[in-house]
Design a protein around this ligand. Structure first.
Ligand code: SAM
Length: 508
């Protein structure tokens, strides 16, 4: 796949363990880095900008040595490296190499990028990736080789954040790359299988897991679900190569199928790979095609027997989209005529597919076996509070509740207003009555929803003591309304408030 330089040996767990120990000893951790670099240089590094970090590591302390070697990929004098790392074994196993650059006598350099990554419970993990490829995105990755393995990007952490983290027996990570999703899954799954089309990625995943002190995973080479034919899992996660591009070029992002076919296939085929009650989480891109509702396009991807929650987080028009990925590959730094030809090819591809924009988002499936699965498809471009795993689990639990309760059952039940909900009045300054009332949550999806006076009054009274119907009767009396009419028209609003997590059924 076009990248030739050798990777560190993955079968020398003794040496990997010594490296882990040395890294921790020198405080080469997410917190240690933040302290050494300061918030500004630390954030710049996440944007692939290295100058502030280079300036912050001009001293000759052990942590500076490690940052320069593994994050900034500079050569460091042998004698300095020896103070902090077991140089002999690391050279033998290929974590380090002699730097033969002229004027760099006796210097060493790293062969891979090693980046501290803090786990959700404060674990000190390390993500291994190819040199210059720790973070993608604007500015371009440091390599244009087809088979390079990237480190952790925004998409990786988004997927890790939305994943439901209940303990499971088996988890599958499709397109494991640096191994970040497998590493997260190893914390709550007894057995983790990780697949990738790129053997280099599987090798790097093994290094990431070992260096992070996590158990090894069952690593399998192949496309999509081919390596796990006939097997089923409690959890499936995938941050697939979702980019809709004019042709396969970079394995980590270009799936090699036409348009959004790779995303469609991986979602559609997940139904047969999930155990009952299991979740599958995907990041995906989808085409916005002329004359077609995007919601109908993604709805058709949902496999039978699965509930789904699909959230479109962003839509880009085709020019923004092409530019994003041209930059990601560093194509903007090539000859202008070549860049123009590449740009043209992206637009030709979109024109041929009648595509006017591309949606980005998350797709969650839960195998419920329900005769009438609940499929929620929505656009929510607003900031959310990660990690959302628990919010995602609760969403599906609420769908179960709503499915099992008709309007009469809803009115007989008791509800509590969720924590952190506030009411906002919207209207002209100085006006006596608000034009409308908004309920807003400050946690999870940070939802806001418009309610009428009855909805606001109802939500305000919900502390779990009175049944919903009794509350409505009291409101009807206060407002001089017919209680029967109110009981008739309000369940739809209660349903929405429950669905969006503003109201929680007591005892759920
Ligand atoms: C965007 S990267 C995601 C890496 C990692 N899981 C993460 O969350 O950061 C996509 C990965 O899918 C792999 N890949 C590409 N085509 C694939 C295919 N057809 N089947 C399985 N994996 C594939 C790439 O090699 C790459 O490692």
């Amino acid at each position: 796949m076009g990248v030739s330089h050798a990777l560190p040996l993955s079968d020398r767990s003794d040496v990997t363990a010594r490296l882990r120990e040395a890294l921790l000893e020198a405080d080469f951790t997410a917190d240690g880095l933040l302290e050494l670099l300061g918030a500004s240089a630390y954030a710049a590094l996440a944007r692939s900008e290295t100058v502030p970090a280079l300036r912050a590591t001009r001293g000759d302390g052990d942590l500076e040595t490690l940052v320069r070697l593994f994050l900034l990929q500079r050569s460091v004098p042998h004698t300095r490296v020896e103070r902090v790392l077991p140089v002999g074994p690391l050279l033998e196993c290929g974590w380090l190499a002699e730097d033969r650059a002229p004027g760099e006598d006796g210097a060493l350099k790293a062969t891979v990028d090693v980046r501290p990554y803090g786990g959700p419970a404060g674990e000190d993990w390390f993500i291994v990736s190819d040199l210059g490829c720790a973070v993608g995105g604007a500015g371009g990755i440091g390599s244009r080789d087809e088979g390079v393995v990237l480190g952790v990007g925004g998409a990786s952490t988004t997927l890790a954040g939305v994943t439901v983290r209940t303990p499971v027996a088996s988890a599958l990570d499709v397109g494991t790359g640096s191994g970040i999703q497998a590493l997260h899954a190893a914390q709550h799954a007894t057995r983790v299988t990780a697949t990738d089309l790129n053997p280099r990625a599987l090798h790097i995943t093994r290094l990431t897991l070992a260096l992070s002190g996590a158990p090894d995973a069952d690593l399998r080479e192949g496309s999509l679900y081919e390596p796990v034919e006939g097997e089923t899992y409690d959890l499936i996660v995938s941050n697939p190569p979702f980019v809709i591009s004019p042709g396969a070029r970079l394995t980590y992002r270009d799936g090699g199928m036409g348009g959004d076919d790779l995303c469609r296939s991986i979602v559609q085929q997940a139904g047969d790979r999930l155990n009952e009650g299991g979740y599958a989480h995907f990041l995906a891109n989808w085409q916005h095609v002329e004359g077609e509702e995007w919601t109908e396009r993604v709805r058709s991807w949902v496999p039978r027997g699965c509930d789904a929650w699909i959230v479109q987080r962003e839509v880009q028009d085709i020019t923004q989209y092409a530019e994003l990925w041209l930059r990601d590959a560093g194509d903007h730094r090539t000859d202008p005529a070549e860049y123009a030809a590449l740009y043209d090819a992206w637009l030709d591809e979109f024109e041929a597919r009648k595509t006017k924009g591309v949606g980005f988002g998350w797709i969650t499936l839960r195998k419920s076996g329900a005769a009438e699965p609940s499929v929620t498809i929505e656009e929510w471009p607003h900031p959310v509070e990660q990690p959302l795993g628990e919010t995602v689990r609760a969403h599906f639990a609420r769908q179960d509740y709503l499915r099992a309760h008709d309007d009469a059952a809803l009115l007989a039940d008791h509800f509590k207003l969720a924590a952190d909900v506030v009411q906002e009045q919207v209207g002209m300054p100085g006006a006596e009555d608000p034009e409308h009332v908004v309920l807003r949550q400050h946690r999870g999806m940070r939802r806001a929803t418009r309610v009428d006076t009855v909805g606001a009054g109802f939500a305000g009274v919900c502390d779990g003591t009175l049944g919903a119907g009794r509350i409505l009767d009291a409101i009807a009396q206060l407002m001089g309304e017919d209680p029967v009419a109110l009981r008739d028209r309000t369940p739809a609003q209660i349903r929405l408030l429950v669905e969006q997590g503003f109201l929680e059924p007591v005892g759920q």
